[in-house]
Design a protein around this ligand. Structure first.
Ligand code: PEP
Length: 245
């Protein structure tokens, strides 16, 4: 039985005030007994978020980590540093990192290894563009991303997030059927490469999830929760999405 998981990706948003509001929203809230809730604020806020959210049983995660463990890499933050700052999860390969920061498969594979070496759970993000979907390439694109990025992964300590690029921040959501089809395909792929983990691995959907559409998406058999961008900046709406899981 897989536990539902809902992860907030704040991107380059949020501040100490929002952390406080989230902590208040989730205090005396029993959603976290059934659903694991994780907030990924900008890295500088990790420690503050961990301290504020711990009483509410909400975990914290990072949005990225370095592909190296240490050295002359100005501006980078290692997996160990994130762990020291309270992170338990780390997003790897978000489509914004791939598109805006030119992160490539080989680098992402190294990040997954770094994260797992420091006992962080990677949330490995995959997704196709609209062009690729229209060209009938969804399966080959996603399998390519999975094979390359998870080449050296330990599947027992891993979350996969399917986020169609065309649905991120656009207000367009994959239909529950479209999302389920991809999630089932991802689980089948895991069954090929790590058969003992296929039934247990959590596969999240992300892309314009809101309180109104969360329930139908999360009720699909292979959707184990969500990775939430814009709607996770509103504590009341984020809480409602967690309850839908
Ligand atoms: C995301 O960036 O991970 C995301 C899913 O964003 P949004 O929910 O805003 O589409």
């Amino acid at each position: 039985m897989r536990q539902s998981l809902v992860i907030a990706n704040w991107k380059l948003n949020g501040d100490l005030g929002l952390i406080q509001k989230m902590a208040e929203q989730f205090a005396n809230n029993d959603v976290q007994t059934a659903v694991k809730v994780v907030i990924c604020p900008p890295a500088v806020y990790l420690k503050a978020a961990e301290i504020s959210l711990a009483p509410a049983q909400v975990k914290v995660g990072a949005q990225n980590c370095a592909a190296q463990s240490e050295g002359a890499f100005t501006g980078e933050i290692s997996a160990r540093m994130l762990r020291d700052s309270g992170a338990e999860y780390v997003l790897i390969g978000h489509s914004e990192r791939r598109a805006l920061f030119a992160e490539q498969d080989a680098e992402l594979a190294k990040k997954v290894v770094q994260a797992q070496r420091e006992a962080l759970i990677p949330v490995f993000c995959i997704g196709e563009t609209l062009e690729q979907r229209e060209a009938g390439e969804v399966k080959s694109v996603l399998r390519g991303q999975l094979e390359a990025g998870l080449a050296d992964a330990d599947f027992s300590q891993l979350v996969i997030a399917y986020e169609p690029v065309w649905a991120i921040g656009t207000g367009k959501t994959a239909s529950p059927e479209q999302a389920q089809e991809v999630h089932a395909m991802v689980r089948e792929w895991v069954a090929e490469v790590a058969p003992s983990e296929a039934a247990d691995i959590q596969i999240l959907y992300g892309g314009s999830v809101k309180a109104e559409n969360a329930e139908t998406l999360f009720s699909q058999p292979d959707i184990d929760g969500g990775l939430i961008g814009g709607a996770s900046l509103d504590p009341v709406q984020f809480d409602a999405i967690c309850k839908a899981a």
